[in-house]
Design a binder for this molecule. Structure first.
Ligand SMILES: *Cc1c(COP(=O)(O)O)cnc(C)c1O
Length: 389
């Protein structure tokens, strides 16, 4: 018999030939604005730890104390033996922050998206997705069995046209969008989406993975950024980025959360979030809500870097967030630039197909970057012919 796994070699070869092959690089230090990689100290523009909370003593203390009190694992699904007072406290804090009636935490943002999509729609229903949505939203749409129609990125006119054409052929309709687009940095047109949802009778799900802790006056995300009431909006996010922990959440109406506790398979059949992760996320939400300085620092760093980047003749993607992307025509060139920056002590990843349609250098700004860190990046970019040439 032929080796039934041999196709793996061919598949890997194809990935290599397309220059799409990727691999992991260990970070040999705690998270922060400067990290150690392969013995080299690099200024970090590759982290989702926007507020610098992942190594904050208060989060670590909260996690240690939860570990001492509650042990390492939560030992079961939340509906059986896995539910702790900490989960309830975190869900209450998230709901208050997001201005919703209730919230539910999942083991990851990816699982929160999958579980929610699969619970809300099925084969008789319609999903409308922004073409640049995160993998978890796209996969969730496919797995749900609903008809998925993609609209052009951020384009409410295209969305309206598709609703007008298709809405009446389906039972439920769910509009799905990233809040902040993870590989671009721009924000979805939420007011227009909500307007269309009202006209066409649709539910709306916003994935605020990168907006949580970074957008709006109190860092509550996309809804707060637009000054919109929460209403029935389904707000999903992660505890793993600006909140410095691990896990995901859904925030929304009490009836939505009640329904998900009964129908979201990725929540029902998965072990409850660990005590340490739960406590760290809870501490992060409390810190963000009590102290606006970190968020202000993040925003002023973003403003400063954008202003300096604007003075170079770069092709920047539009951004309203700490994610700033420099367009680079070819994947090879993007990789080369990332490599050059690395030799100069800067960690800024090249993002290329198939993750995104066009190659780019993606910069993530942190509240804990000093002005000297940002200036060092600018100096290196100014010298780089790949960018300015
Ligand atoms: C990171 C991310 C997720 C997944 O969240 P995890 O908690 O890391 O699983 C989902 N959606 C978007 C837009 C993301 O950027």
């Amino acid at each position: 018999m032929a080796d039934p796994y041999q196709w793996l070699d061919k598949a890997l070869n194809t990935i290599h030939q397309a220059h799409w092959y990727r691999n992991v690089t260990p970070i040999e230090s705690p998270p922060g604005p400067v990290v150690q990689v392969a013995g080299q100290s690099l200024i970090n523009f590759a982290s989702n730890d926007y507020l610098g909370l992942a190594n904050d003593p208060r989060l670590k203390q909260a996690a240690i104390q939860a570990l001492e009190t509650w042990g390492t694992g939560s030992t079961g699904s939340r509906l059986l033996s896995g539910h702790r007072p900490l989960h309830q406290q975190l869900e209450q804090a998230l709901a208050t922050w997001k201005r919703t009636e209730a919230a539910l935490v999942f083991s990851s943002g990816y699982l929160a998206n999958l579980g929610t999509l699969l619970a809300l729609v099925g084969p008789r229903d319609l999903i409308l997705e922004d073409e640049y949505n995160h993998s978890s939203l796209k996969r969730g749409g496919q797995l749900s069995g609903a008809t998925v129609i993609t609209y052009q990125h951020g384009d409410a006119a295209d969305l309206q046209q598709k609703l007008a054409e298709h809405r009446q052929d389906y039972r439920r309709c769910l509009m799905v969008s990233d809040g902040v687009f993870s590989m671009d940095g721009d924000v979805c047109p939420l007011p227009a989406l909500l307007d269309l949802a009202k006209t066409y009778g649709c539910m709306v799900l916003i994935d605020d993975a990168h907006g949580t802790g970074t957008l709006g006056q109190a860092g509550a995300g996309c809804r707060e950024y637009f000054g919109w009431p929460a209403g029935e909006l389904i707000q999903i996010g992660t505890l793993s980025k600006a909140l410095g922990s691990l896990g995901g959440y859904v925030a929304g109406s009490a009836r939505l959360i009640d329904y998900l506790r009964n129908r979201a398979a990725t929540w029902i059949y998965s072990t409850g979030l660990s005590p340490a992760d739960t406590a760290a996320a809870l501490a992060a939400v409390q810190i963000i809500r009590q102290d606006s300085q970190r968020l202000e620092r993040l925003k002023s760093n973003v403003t400063y870097l954008k202003k300096r980047l604007d003075s170079l003749s770069l092709s920047l993607l539009p951004s309203d967030s700490p994610i700033i992307c420099i367009k680079i025509p070819h994947a090879q060139e993007a990789l080369q630039l990332a490599q050059t920056l690395k030799t100069q002590g800067l960690f800024a990843p090249a993002i290329r197909p198939p993750t995104v349609p066009t190659s780019r250098l993606r910069l993530s700004v942190m509240a804990t970057h000093s002005q000297a860190h940002l200036d060092q990046l600018m100096e290196a970019l100014t010298q780089s012919t790949a960018v300015t040439g």
